[in-house]
Design a binder for this molecule. Structure first.
Ligand code: AKG
Ligand code: FE2
Length: 356
């Protein structure tokens, strides 16, 4: 299953024909695989090196220092630092016959700069003083790329200019730096742990940069059983990966299915006993719809023949529901009101959540 690589330049500075072609190729890669790759995405190699450098500096701090800005786990957007083995994304699409794999990661989450509802948490130590300005600028640049890609979908669908972009404002995106500490191959092959379990992201799309370690895999849709994953190796670490998330699935009434992905043992180390997989880092720009925007199907995708299969629910309520699952809050009071909603259309062997 090959994921199409697109040239962003063709959309931002191309001829009308090139823009149209870009939009159509993006849509068709999304429909076929749930993913796309992109070059000329406006981020320089130096900027991406700096991103990973800042990530390294953040995670290299002592646990005590990182815990100075703790993420308060709850059915809400994440902010600040979350330690190893707290979040369990494997619970999102879990098949009761299969044991949930525990994630082995720590992460830093950042929201919009001016977010007063869920304010950001920044390290205060002097050696981290450049982190906040760098990350805020990086966040803004990612937002511009995402809004342009959402506009490309408007072009591909021939819907009114700005109508979909308007649904993504004001920004409610979460940017996540994830660090996967080094871990023995045997531990990941024990059937209990993984780096990040198979999941789909919650927003319309996600931008992803990974370091050169490898281990990212995507669901192979050419396998009818739906249980096969294929590696998406870091051929060029400056290449941007884009994946479809649950919101686009819901907006399109199930027509574009979210790209299921996981991070596990890098291909070259599979089956090896006694080896240790080096630590790994990624940056996921988990683009979101505006908090008050509905993630129910768009009128374009609903008809008498194809009635809406997803309920109207705001983007924030949707995120609260999904986070109540990954943080094991779904049995508690705050999670029960989300009961009965279905996040995604079934893909292959993965079933959607039944009840919360
Ligand atoms: O580390 C990666 O490459 C993937 C991260 C991811 O899937 C996420 O943060 O949602
Ligand atoms: Fe993800």
């Amino acid at each position: 299953m090959s994921v199409t690589t697109l040239d962003f330049e063709k959309f931002i500075a191309g001829t009308p024909q090139e823009r149209k072609q870009f939009a159509e190729d993006l849509l068709s890669s999304f429909e076929r695989t749930g993913f796309a790759k992109m070059t000329n995405h406006t981020f320089s190699t130096a900027q991406l090196q700096q991103l990973f450098h800042w990530g390294q500096s953040f995670f290299d701090q002592s646990l005590e220092a990182k815990n100075e800005i703790p993420n308060e786990v709850g059915p809400r957007p994440m902010r600040g630092y979350t330690p190893w083995r707290v979040e369990e994304v494997g619970k999102l699409h879990h098949d009761e016959n299969i044991r949930i794999l525990t994630d082995s990661k720590e992460h830093f989450d950042q929201g919009p700069t001016d977010d007063t509802e869920f304010p950001n948490k920044w390290p205060t130590t002097s050696n981290m003083s450049g982190f906040q300005p760098f990350m805020e600028a990086f966040y803004q640049q990612c937002n511009n790329v995402c809004l342009t890609l959402i506009h490309a979908l408007e072009v591909a669908w021939g819907i009114e200019d700005g109508s979909l972009v308007a649904r993504c404002s004001p920004s409610a995106t979460d940017l996540r730096l994830t660090h996967y500490p080094e871990i023995a191959v045997d531990e990941l092959q024990s059937g209990r742990n993984t780096r990040i379990a198979p999941h789909t992201d919650f927003g319309p799309i996600t931008l992803l940069f990974q370091d050169s370690t490898g281990g990212l895999e995507i669901e192979d849709r050419t396998d009818a059983t739906g249980s096969t994953f294929v590696p998406l190796p870091p051929t060029d670490t400056t290449e941007m990966i884009i994946n479809v998330g649950d919101t686009l699935t819901r907006w399109t009434n199930g027509r574009i299915v979210g790209g299921m992905h996981q991070v596990t043992v890098p291909e070259t180390m599979k089956g090896e006993k006694g080896l240790v997989i080096p630590s790994r880092m990624s940056m996921a720009y988990l683009f979101k719809a505006g908090r008050d925007t509905s993630v129910g199907p768009l009128p374009k995708f609903v008809s008498a023949e194809e009635p809406a299969i997803y309920p109207e629910i705001t983007a924030l309520e949707f995120q609260r529901w999904r986070n109540s699952i990954v943080y094991n809050l779904d049995k508690k009071e705050d999670g029960v009101r989300f009961s009965g909603s279905s996040a995604i259309k079934p893909t292959g062997g993965f079933r959607p959540m039944q009840t919360v």
